[in-house]
Design a protein around this ligand. Structure first.
Ligand SMILES: *[C@@H]1O[C@H](CO)[C@@H](O)[C@H](O)[C@H]1NC(C)=O
Ligand SMILES: *[C@@H]1O[C@H](CO)[C@@H](O)[C@H](O)[C@H]1NC(C)=O
Ligand SMILES: *[C@@H]1O[C@H](CO)[C@@H](O)[C@H](O)[C@H]1NC(C)=O
Length: 773
């Protein structure tokens, strides 16, 4: 029953590469209804199934709400026996995930001044519950105070689970639930070190405290980090309730624990699940987060997830299941300039939120590049990345050190420079990093510069190596700058499409603020995140799609408060069709990595616009059976669909839907394989629901991708009632273009419905691929 190719491959790898006593955690799905009546509970039954294949294994978690089954650590022999049991549907070997490492409310136009605005209309999201699945929370932060909040919503079934340094009184009317899931982590990594991390919902990392306060932090004033970004800090839905599900530990975020968190969150009654954790690129029936999110979405829970920080390259987007809202990152109109002044008088722009004693004003310091040989005579070494233990104090003492960006911790490089007597650091991007910059709370005077500036500095040092003309520099910190133009810009690190799993679904869906975001921070960790950092701050400034995701989680709570009957797909539709693609100069949104105009693969439908999303006019709704049709048309089998939906799939209705691009999504993506064809065409069927005014007439405007013919029928949609649904058909026709084998061409346009009051915009992207050979 459960024999799947992927599992067999995995097991055969295990048996050839390791001895058979090596154990792996499996997430095991069972046919729930097959439970023999002799077992009182499912747990008893699972325990018995496990005992029948293993004398040593124990249950890690059991799952009842978004998934039916359990997790356990098994040897390859035991796994083979387990999968032969007739009630076992599938077994997925566990993977380990990682967290994807304010001014944003104002930047998003969320103001308290407007009494008819989204915040007032929804009472700031009161009575909606956002579940944050992350590293836990530091509950004493001002952002989580419960002043003036009403009683805990009556529907809430969750708990405040006490633990190390986290009494049950840590919860209040703001943090109404807190749980932690470590059994999967400890099954693989052994017992956790309770000196280094808390066996409780308390956050020893900072990521979860930060993301929770972005989604639903209260108003706190004054707020700043080391004097930067002064102002009022607030989350998106300041009165929404938080439920915290800690799944990420020092060893990572284990899938068996993540699934347990989703299972609990949905049973507890969250309205929104926020997941700033990295994804994987595998079919949905092998992706534990996609499976868990399907269970959540079919229970009416909106799931937003970070797109990942693998940009700016293409095909990097993760968490791409069509029932998840996938969020990329943009900049806001605030930055933290910290420029490098070179001995030759040139100024190279940089950014930093270093807040300690600075360099002596007016003084120039010797500057060296860590990437050159640090000893004479050819037997020296170099580490342009300033890895721990790589610098020679003789080489760096008293100097400003240039380190290449690479992928090791940016703040840890500063720590290495400081430890060896360096007075400052310049973090210089290389060609792969482009011009994208992230401001950090460095432990010494330091700034980050782009690839062009980095090359100039490295060249300057290289050309002034003679003893007569020593290279010198200083760093000038300029504090916080507001009103930056252009903004937003797609953040360099933000992961990009096309969608590697389902090219017919454009991902990411939207972008939201994710660069240099100020939010709450634990008292246990310095703002740089490096262990030696003894500084303590109420707030910290971080960057990542991890920060963009909870913005959308909070907005989804506001939208659900305003429209309690909207499904997760309707909420996403409202966010997508009202998103914008121009910056604050009125020009097309740029890409930070190149400075060039960005594309739909970078931002999806565009940047979220909360006030407009409250009143989108029309929505593209999607039901669970539409997702099943999508899976049928994507060639998933009835068995693999069962793994995702826990129901027997009927793919006969899917034939009517035609192809996977016909999922009722608010964006359109056509993929053509040229195969020597001259002309190609496809069509999309869509249904829009009127959520605006009765008796409204919408007319279509088509902006076809360059050189293509796009027709929409009918061109006018006349709605009599609110809630009425109408269909339309989009036909796309194009000629083949000259491409080299394996090459592709991408063009985009849009389809816009308007009744004169609402503008409902969908991106349309057409990809033409020339097969290899
Ligand atoms: C536990 O963590 C503490 C603090 O980080 C560390 O000093 C100690 O060596 C760790 N213990 C073990 C057994 O790893
Ligand atoms: C950016 O635009 C310039 C000028 O149009 C072009 O030469 C360059 O190739 C573009 N860079 C990328 C990465 O697309
Ligand atoms: C599904 O399989 C059919 C037949 O092989 C193929 O034409 C179609 O492109 C496939 N669809 C997807 C989404 O892979």
């Amino acid at each position: 029953m459960a024999s799947i190719l992927h599992l067999l491959l995995f097991l055969s790898l295990l048996s050839t590469q390791t001895c058979s006593s090596k154990t792996t955690t499996f997430i095991i799905q069972v046919r729930r209804e097959a439970k023999p009546s002799v077992f009182q509970t499912h747990k008893h039954w699972y325990q018995s199934s496990l005992s029948s294949v293993s004398t040593t294994a124990s249950l890690i978690h059991t799952y009842d709400t978004v998934f039916h089954g359990f997790s356990a650590k098994l040897t390859s022999d035991e796994a083979r026996k387990m999968e032969k049991l007739s009630h076992v549907v599938t077994m997925i070997p566990e993977r380990v995930r990682k967290p994807d490492t304010t001014r944003s409310p104002q930047f998003l136009g969320l103001t308290t001044a407007d009494p008819t605005g989204l915040l007032h209309e929804t009472d700031f999201g009161s009575d909606l519950v956002i579940g944050v699945i992350d590293t836990g929370i530091w509950p004493e932060r001002q952002s989580f105070n419960d002043r003036d909040l009403g009683p805990v919503p009556a529907k809430w079934k969750g708990q405040c689970v006490a633990g190390e340094d986290f009494p049950a009184t840590s919860c209040n009317r703001k943090i109404i639930g807190a749980r932690y899931f470590s059994a999967g982590y400890e099954a693989t990594n052994g017992k956790m070190n309770e000196t280094a991390e808390y066996r409780s919902p308390r956050d020893s990392d900072g990521h979860g405290t930060h993301t929770a306060s972005i989604a639903a932090g209260r108003y706190v004033s004054p707020a700043s980090t080391l004097g930067y970004a002064k102002g009022v800090a607030a989350g998106m839905a300041p009165k929404a309730r938080l439920a915290v599900y800690k799944v990420c530990w020092s060893g990572g975020c284990f899938e068996s624990d993540i699934l347990a968190a989703f299972d609990a969150a949905v049973a507890d009654g969250v309205d929104v699940a926020s997941l700033s954790v990295g994804g994987v690129v595998v079919p949905y029936h092998l992706d534990v987060i996609a499976i868990a999110a399907f269970g959540a979405a079919s229970a009416g829970v909106f799931v937003s997830a970070s797109a990942g920080n693998g940009g700016p390259g293409g095909l990097t987007v993760t968490n791409v299941a069509p029932w998840v809202t996938t969020v990329g990152a943009g900049t806001i109109d605030r930055d933290f300039p910290a420029d490098v002044k070179l001995g030759n008088g040139r100024i190279v722009p940089g950014v930093s939120i270093y807040g300690g004693p600075g360099l002596t004003p007016g003084r120039m310091y010797p500057i060296v590049y860590a990437g050159v040989e640090q000893f004479g005579g050819g037997d020296g070494y170099s580490s342009s990345l300033c890895l721990e233990g790589s610098l020679d104090p003789k080489f760096v003492k008293g100097k400003i050190v240039v380190c290449d960006r690479g992928i090791n911790s940016r703040a840890a490089k500063g720590e290495e420079v400081k430890k060896n007597g360096g007075v400052g650091m310049i973090l210089a991007n290389g060609v792969f990093d482009g011009e994208g910059l992230v401001a950090d709370c460095h432990v010494l005077p330091a700034t980050a510069v782009g690839a062009t500036g980095g090359d100039e500095i490295r060249r300057y040092i290289g050309n002034t190596r003679s003893p007569a003309a020593a290279a010198t520099a200083t760093i000038v910190f300029k504090g916080t700058r507001l009103g930056v133009r252009p903004a937003p810009v797609v953040a360099s690190f933000s992961a990009r499409g096309p969608n590697p799993v389902s090219p017919e679904i454009l991902k990411p869906d939207v972008i939201a603020p994710g660069l240099n975001i100020l939010a709450a921070w634990p008292d246990h960790v310095g703002p740089s995140g490096v262990p030696s950092d003894g500084r303590r701050t109420e707030f910290n400034i971080l960057s990542g799609t991890s920060m963009a995701c909870p913005h959308v989680s909070g907005l989804a709570a506001l939208l659900k408060a305003a429209h309690p009957d909207w499904s997760p797909a309707a909420i996403r539709s409202a966010l997508m069709t009202t998103a914008y693609t121009v910056d604050n100069r009125g020009h097309p949104m740029l890409d930070e990595s190149t400075g060039n105009v960005s594309s739909v693969f970078d931002y999806g439908a565009g940047h979220v616009h909360p006030e407009k999303a409250m009143n989108p006019g029309l929505v593209y709704d999607i039901s669970s059976s539409d997702y099943v049709n999508f899976l049928c048309n994507s060639n998933y089998t009835t068995r693999t669909i069962h793994v995702i939906t826990r129901k027997s799939a009927d793919c006969s209705g899917a034939k009517r839907a035609g192809h996977s691009g016909n999922l009722n999504y608010p964006s359109f993506s056509a993929v053509f394989q040229q195969y020597g064809k001259r002309r190609m065409s496809t069509h999309f069927i869509r249904t829009v629901s009127n959520v605006g005014d009765p008796n409204s007439v919408y007319k279509v405007t088509v902006r076809p991708p360059g050189g293509m013919v796009v027709t929409v029928k009918p061109e006018t949609l006349t709605f009599k009632r609110v809630g009425q649904k109408l269909n339309f058909l989009v036909r796309v026709q194009t000629r083949a273009v000259k491409l080299s084998p394996g090459g592709s061409s991408v063009k985009s346009g849009s389809i816009v419905w308007s009744d004169g009051k609402h503008t409902v915009t969908s991106p349309l992207v057409v990809t033409m691929q020339q097969p290899l050979e």
